[in-house]
Design a protein around this ligand. Structure first.
Ligand SMILES: *Cc1c(COP(=O)(O)O)cnc(C)c1O
Length: 384
């Protein structure tokens, strides 16, 4: 049986060089970067070298990058850090955001902040004009993601950021699904804070970063040793950070080639499914779409049933509800897009990455076609 990992939007395998680099670092450099002695100074050098690498991925000055325990913490830091400093006010976010953003904002609503959750169009895109209409004099923060993790739609963040800046609010972008997939240069984007994560770019889990301009001031959420310029106390996860740095370097060098390859796989899967499986649909934007993501629905089947068939044939992918693990709730993203019940409950996300081949795609299609046929034969709602 084949073993095909097509769930790179959930997490990615480590680049072999990252594993080697981390193993070497852990074996030979056990120091604490806050220590003054030689081993501490050496650890500090590794920390700052990794910061240079990670910052370079988004064109940021290294001193504006703060390491965190991942994308979730960076999102929480940006949102609660801004809100806690402001004390009160209005916050805008999108209805298709990752729960790390959406649930943080909804929690602030319970604490007395006014929160506007924007709708999305049928492709899952956030409309800049809707952001403009929602902006108020007391808006302190707007948080809109770059690439949606479920459907891969790319939001017009440059346009949105320009409007937010004009209104004098801070703009935060969850770029976990776009860093390493699309070219990002924070010098040319009206973005005040940007989140990205190591394990989505073939680095280790449990480490991420928040880019933050000096103007974006944050209340402290952790108190302790004052690491990361007092923004995020706690002894740094140095093996993870070193791995993140190596992954960022490799990603930056290989990105144009790899992402072009993934886009070919994505397009092959989308084209063949739409052509060869009747009543199938692409979810998300047909063009403004991340290179690694294909989210597809087939009427008259349950996505989770098809996922289990794919799994039994060695294919790993995600169902629409994958992001709230264990729950059979329909995806809030597909709901915000206004999709029909059938399309929501049958949605499967395939996300490509390092190691995938065209043969993988053809195998996935074979299994999918047979699986959809089998499930439809058993479906009382399907007449063909
Ligand atoms: C994976 C992901 C996160 C969470 O990042 P972690 O490093 O797993 O905490 C946040 N936002 C998006 C869009 C993601 O895809």
């Amino acid at each position: 049986m084949r073993n095909i990992y097509a769930d790179h939007a959930a997490t990615t395998p480590l680049f072999p060089q990252v594993i080697d680099g981390m193993a070497d670092f852990m074996r030979n450099h056990p120091g604490n970067p806050s220590s003054l002695h030689a081993m501490g100074r050496e650890a500090k050098q590794y920390l700052e070298r990794a910061r240079d690498s990670v910052a370079a991925l988004i064109g940021a000055p290294a001193e504006q990058v703060y390491f965190t325990s991942g994308g979730t913490e960076a999102n929480n830091m940006a949102i609660f850090g801004t809100a806690n400093l402001a004390g009160r006010g209005h916050i805008i976010t999108g209805g298709t955001e990752h729960h790390a953003v959406l649930d943080s904002c909804l929690h602030l609503a319970k604490q007395g902040f006014e929160v506007t959750v924007l709708g999305a169009d049928e492709f899952g895109m956030t409309d800049p004009q809707e952001v403009k209409r929602a902006l108020r004099p007391d808006t302190v923060l707007v948080s809109v993601m770059h690439v949606n993790n479920e459907v891969g739609t790319v939001n017009p963040i440059a346009e949105i950021g320009a409007l937010v800046r004009e209104a004098g609010a801070l703009f935060h972008v969850d770029a976990v699904q776009s860093a390493g997939k699309l070219a990002i240069d924070v010098n040319r984007l009206p973005v005040d804070m940007l989140t990205f994560s190591s394990h989505k770019i073939n680095g280790p889990k449990g480490v991420g970063a928040l880019y933050k301009r000096p103007e974006a001031r944050l209340a402290r959420l952790t108190f302790g040793g004052g690491q990361e310029k007092k923004v995020r106390s706690g002894t740094e996860n140095l093996p993870g950070i070193v791995g993140f740095g190596l992954a960022a370097d490799l990603t930056r060098k290989k990105m144009p080639v790899l992402t072009a390859e993934w886009a070919v796989l994505r397009d092959r899967l989308i084209r063949r499914v739409l052509e060869e499986i009747p009543h199938s649909y692409l979810n998300g934007h047909p063009e403004q779409r991340a290179p690694h993501n294909a989210n597809l629905s087939c009427d008259f089947i349950e996505g989770e049933a098809l996922l289990l068939i794919l799994d039994s044939k060695g294919v790993c992918c995600s169902a629409g509800s994958a992001c709230s693990s264990g729950s059979a709730e329909p995806s809030h993203v597909l709901t915000a897009m206004g999709l029909s019940e059938g399309r929501k409950s049958s949605a499967l996300r395939f996300s490509f990455g390092y190691g995938n081949t065209a043969e993988d795609v053809d195998y996935i299609i074979d299994v999918m076609k047979a699986g959809v046929e089998r499930l439809r034969r058993a479906s009382p709602f399907c007449s063909n």
